[in-house]
Design a protein around this ligand. Structure first.
Ligand code: MRU
Length: 350
């Protein structure tokens, strides 16, 4: 099976090609963003989603802005790019990878001495963000092998798969690597209301790869744990701060249940998801359209006037987390804060 690559950058057209994730699993459609506005719209409606994929999209978006510019003075060129950067920054607030990807390309542009140089540096930097994410996800998968026993029954939430990254996935990267290494594992995928990333995307990806997967509603996880049918929980992350991990709404509930049943609860995420100098109370949690809760796609599930609370993410405090699986090893916060800081500064400490 061809590896899933949900986002590709074509500098010669120029455009960004992506798998439209709102249509899956019924329709597999590859769409093209030819402008930064197209891309921003795709991110807002979750056509492109998942923290590392947002980082790739942000990086490609800044490079696209540079390539589309017709300005011939460097200050005007930079001001046009910065205005597109603002557009991209204002799409989704929580996943820190979006800002990481944007900043990688923006700094390549800002350190250039001419428009031509800036365009070429931007293209290279965007490609590098995508390539680095591919390598990183495979490395996370390898790291995670040490915590997946033979025969493990693994619970996951939302979609931290290839669709959420440049390839392979983070939580699903660990699952894929375990499966690839011959371990006989099975997965319970929580449906992940309101937008059903677990039901629509995770099951689709795992079925495609021939990995044993069973779909459950979010409220079924606790009883499965109580019955002794879950050995391990692995999920992704949108932002990791010094005292908590932000991930899809519902993650905290699984962490509390896992703790109550003595089940290991792991996060799988790249270093680019760490915002280690921040704290839980400083993070903006995206609140989405109430209609996402009043409906499931076109089916009405609540009165049109009922008030709704619809946060996209929650925070799981560090003490509920057994470890954070990264490309550099398995860490624990706040214990490994200094190591994470050193690694992010480029110092190889492990
Ligand atoms: O709202 P989404 O679908 O972008 O949320 C995605 C998640 O919460 C994922 O678990 C997270 O981004 C990790 S993806 C490797």
């Amino acid at each position: 099976m061809e590896p899933l690559r949900p986002i590709l950058f074509h500098p010669h057209i120029p455009s960004i090609e992506y798998i439209e994730q709102t249509l899956l699993p019924d329709v597999y459609e590859v769409r093209t963003a030819s402008t930064v506005q197209d891309l921003a719209d795709a991110i807002k409606r979750l056509g492109i989603r998942g923290a590392p994929a947002l980082g790739c999209a942000g990086a490609c978006g800044v490079a696209l802005s540079a390539l589309l510019s017709r300005d011939d003075s460097l200050p005007e060129f930079l001001s046009g790019v910065r205005s597109d950067v603002n557009l991209l920054r204002n799409t989704r607030p929580t996943a820190v990878n979006l800002f990481y990807g944007i900043d990688q390309v923006l700094s390549a542009i800002e350190s250039s001495k001419s428009i031509e140089e800036a365009k070429s540096h931007a293209v290279n930097a965007a490609h590098e963000v995508i390539e680095a994410d591919r390598r990183t996800c495979h490395a996370i998968g390898k790291t995670g092998l040490s915590i997946v026993p033979e025969g493990a029954r693994i619970l996951t939430h939302c979609n931290a798969g290839a669709l959420a990254c440049a390839e392979w996935g983070t939580a699903l990267g660990v699952i894929r690597s375990a499966h690839e290494s011959g371990r006989n594992i099975s997965v319970y995928s929580c449906e992940t209301r309101p937008l059903l990333q677990g039901a629509r995307l995770t099951t689709w990806e795992l079925l495609r790869d021939g990995i044993d997967v069973t779909l459950i509603t979010d409220s079924m996880a606790a009883v499965l744990m109580r019955k002794g049918k879950i050995d391990l929980v692995v999920v992704g992350a949108d932002r990791i701060v010094s005292d908590a991990v932000f991930n899809k709404i519902g993650t905290y509930m699984h962490a509390v249940c896992a703790k109550a049943h003595n089940i290991p609860f792991y996060i799988a995420a790249p270093l680019s998801t760490f915002d280690e100098e921040s704290r839980e109370d400083l993070v903006i949690v995206e609140e989405r359209n109430p209609e996402e809760v009043r409906r499931v796609r076109n089916c009405i599930t609540g009165p049109s006037t009922v008030p709704v609370w619809n946060p996209a993410f929650d925070a799981t405090p560090s003490d509920l987390i057994s470890g954070i699986i990264t490309e550099y090893g398995i860490f624990s916060l706040p214990r490994d804060l200094e190591t994470i800081c050193q690694l992010k500064m480029g110092n190889k400490v492990v």
